[in-house]
Write a protein that binds this ligand. Structure first.
Ligand code: HEM
Length: 503
C-alpha cells in the first residue's frame, strides 16, 4: 500500500493555510463554547425553552410577554404544574451573558437554600448591582458582616416594651386616621390599595425614622410615584440583559430611571438631615435613630440607604397583604361574619387594645390564608457561590440564580391538598404550626423577616377596625384586579371598592 503523503501546514499555499487555520479556530471555539455552556447549564430538572423563531432567545420573550400582561405569576404556576417543581429557564444565545436561572417550589430545596447551605446562597454581586440605585448598601442588598451588623442593630427595635409603648401608639393613631378618612369622604368608590399603602407608609415613617410623612393627609406626592416606579424598574432588570446600557442611555424600561432615583435619594437625604437634628427627641426611638446612636459617624448616604430599605420593607409588603386579604374577604361574606363576631367578642364592641390582639385567632388565620395565596414577596432569589446539587437532584452551576417561588408554593396541591386554590382560613385553625420552608412568606432561617410581628400587629388591627366600621364591596369585576409586575405583589389596578359606614 502506498504511504499516505504527509502534509504540513508549512507546505500549503497561503490561502489554504488561512482556510485550515480559520476552520481549526472555529471548531476549537465552538467546542470551547459548547463546553462553557454545558458547564453553565443546570442538570436534573425540567427545562423551559422558547418556541418559534424568537426561540433563539430561549424562554425570555415569553417571560417578557407575561410580565407585560401582568400574568407572570399565574404562568409560572402553570409551568410548575406542567413541567415539575424545579425549572431551568433556557435563554438561548443570551445564556452567554445571563446567569442560569432556576425556579423551585420544592420545600426541601427552600430549606437547603435558606438554612442548611445559608452561606452558599447569597444576594451576591448581581443582586447588589441591580438593587443599588434604590437599596444601596442597606440590609436587603448586602451579605456577610455588613448584613449581620445591620440585622443586630435593627432587631433591637422589636422588644416587647417598644411594641407596647411606641409601636402600638403609632399603629392605633394611623388606623384611626384611616377610619376618619372613610367616614369623612363617603365617596362612592375608594381605592383601598392606595389608602392602605398610605397607612403603612406613614406608620413605618414614624416607627422607622420618627418622620411624619403625612401621606394620609396629603396623598398626592411625587415621591410616592417615584417610589413605585423605582421598584418596577428594579424588577425588570432581572430579565433585561444589558440593563446597564439601557440605564446609561435612558432607554426602554430605564427611560425614567434617573428622574425617579433622584427623587428618592433627595427625599431620603432630607429625612436623614431632619433625623440628625432631632436625635435627642423621640426620633432616637426608631430604626435609623438606633443606627445613629449605636454607631455615630455613619456616612449620611448609608443612612439614606437605610431609610429606603425600611420604607420598602415596611410599606409595600404589609399594605399588599392587607389589600389582597380585603379582596378575598369581600368575596367571602361568611369569613367577614366570623371576623366581626370574633372582634366583637374580644373587644366588647369597643376599639381594640394591644393586649386583645393576641386573642384574634380567626382574624390571624384569615391573614395567613391571604398571604398563602398572595405572598407579598412572590419570588425570592439568591445566587450560589459554588456548584452544588439541590436535595431534589438538580445540579446548579456556580453563579446561578436560584429563586424560590412562594406564590406557586401557596397554590401547590402537594403542600396544601386538593383545595389549595380555595380561600379557606379554617385550614389554619387547630392545625400544627406550618413548616416555614413549606410556607416561606416571611422568608425563613437566619434572614427571616424582621418585621413579621410588626406586620401582624398592623394587619390585625387594620382589618378588624376596618370591618368593624364599614362594609366593603368590589367596585370592579374580580378579574380586573391584577397583580403588579414588581419585586413585591402589589395591585396594578388598585382595589376600587364601594363602602358604607356601619358605626
Ligand atoms: C406582610 C408583611 C411582610 C412580609 C410578607 C414580609 C416578607 C419578607 C421577606 C420574604 C423577606 C426576605 C426578603 C429577602 O430575601 O431579602 C423579608 C425581609 C425583611 N423584612 Fe419583611 N415582610 C413583611 C413586613 C415587614 C415589615 C413591616 C418590616 C418592618 C421593618 C419588615 C422588615 C424586613 C427586614 C428588615 C428584612 C430583611 C431581613 C434580613 O435580610 O435579615 N418586613 N420580609
Amino acid at each position: 500500500m502506498p504511504a499516505m503523503p504527509v502534509v504540513s501546514v508549512a507546505h500549503m499555499d497561503k490561502t489554504v493555510q488561512a482556510v485550515v487555520l480559520g476552520t481549526g479556530c472555529l471548531v476549537a471555539s465552538a467546542a470551547a463554547l459548547k463546553y462553557y455552556l454545558n458547564e453553565r447549564t443546570p442538570k436534573g430538572c425540567a427545562k423551559v425553552r422558547g418556541s418559534g423563531w424568537l426561540g433563539v432567545l430561549g424562554a425570555l420573550p415569553e417571560m417578557w410577554k407575561c410580565i407585560l400582561k401582568y400574568e407572570a405569576h399565574s404562568e409560572l404556576v402553570k409551568y410548575h404544574e406542567d413541567f415539575g417543581n424545579t425549572l431551568d429557564f433556557d435563554f438561548g444565545i443570551l445564556q452567554l451573558f445571563l446567569a442560569p436561572m432556576i425556579i423551585t417550589r420544592d420545600p426541601q430545596n427552600v430549606k437547603f437554600m435558606l438554612k442548611t447551605k445559608f452561606e452558599n446562597f447569597e444576594k451576591g454581586e448581581t443582586f447588589h448591582a441591580i438593587g443599588h440605585d434604590v437599596l444601596g448598601d442597606g440590609i436587603f442588598n448586602v451579605d456577610g458582616e455588613s448584613w449581620f451588623k445591620q440585622r443586630k442593630t435593627a432587631s433591637q427595635m422589636f422588644t416587647a416594651n417598644r411594641f407596647k409603648q411606641h409601636i402600638w401608639r403609632v399603629v392605633e393613631k394611623n388606623c384611626n386616621k384611616v377610619i376618619s378618612i372613610l367616614a369623612e369622604k363617603q365617596e362612592p368608590v375608594i381605592d383601598m390599595f392606595n389608602l392602605l399603602n398610605r397607612f403603612t407608609l406613614d406608620s413605618i415613617g414614624e416607627i422607622g425614622f420618627g418622620a411624619d410623612i403625612g401621606s394620609l393627609e396629603n396623598p398626592v406626592s411625587p415621591f410616592l410615584k417615584s417610589f413605585d416606579e423605582a421598584q418596577r424598574i428594579l424588577f425588570k432588570r432581572f430579565v433585561l440583559p444589558g440593563w446597564r446600557a439601557f440605564r446609561l442611555f435612558g432607554l426602554g424600561p430605564e427611560a425614567e430611571t434617573r428622574q425617579h432615583m433622584t427623587a428618592l435619594r433627595s427625599y431620603s437625604r432630607r429625612i436623614v438631615e431632619d433625623l440628625a437634628d432631632a436625635l435627642e427627641k423621640p426620633a432616637g426611638d426608631s430604626f435609623v435613630g438606633l443606627f445613629m446612636k449605636n454607631e455615630p459617624g455613619l456616612h449620611p448616604e448609608f443612612l439614606a440607604d437605610l431609610v429606603l430599605n425600611f420604607l420598602i420593607a415596611g410599606r409595600d409588603t404589609t399594605a399588599q397583604a392587607l389589600s389582597w386579604c380585603l379582596f378575598q374577604v369581600m368575596q367571602h361574606p361568611e369569613v367577614e361574619e366570623r371576623i366581626l363576631e370574633e372582634v366583637d367578642r374580644v373587644s366588647f364592641g369597643k376599639s381594640l387594645t394591644y393586649d386583645q390582639l393576641s386573642q384574634l385567632s380567626y382574624t390571624e388565620a384569615v391573614l395567613r390564608e391571604a398571604l398563602r395565596l398572595y405572598p407579598s414577596v412572590p419570588l425570592d432569589s439568591k445566587f450560589v457561590t459554588e456548584a452544588m446539587t439541590l436535595p431534589d437532584g438538580t445540579w446548579v452551576p456556580r453563579g446561578s440564580m436560584v429563586i424560590y417561588n412562594s406564590y406557586a408554593m401557596g397554590r401547590s396541591k402537594q403542600i396544601w391538598g386538593e383545595d389549595a386554590a380555595e380561600f379557606r382560613p379554617e385550614r389554619w385553625l387547630n392545625a400544627e404550626p406550618k413548616d416555614p420552608y413549606e410556607y416561606p412568606v416571611f422568608h425563613a432561617g437566619p434572614r427571616e423577616c424582621l418585621g413579621k410581628r410588626l406586620a401582624m400587629v398592623e394587619m390585625k388591627t387594620v382589618l378588624a377596625e376596618l370591618l368593624r366600621h364599614a362594609s366593603f364591596r368590589l367596585a370592579v369585576p374580580r378579574d380586573q384586579v391584577l397583580p403588579d409586575t414588581a419585586a413585591t405583589l402589589g395591585m396594578s389596578s388598585g382595589l376600587k371598592c364601594h363602602y358604607e359606614m356601619r358605626l
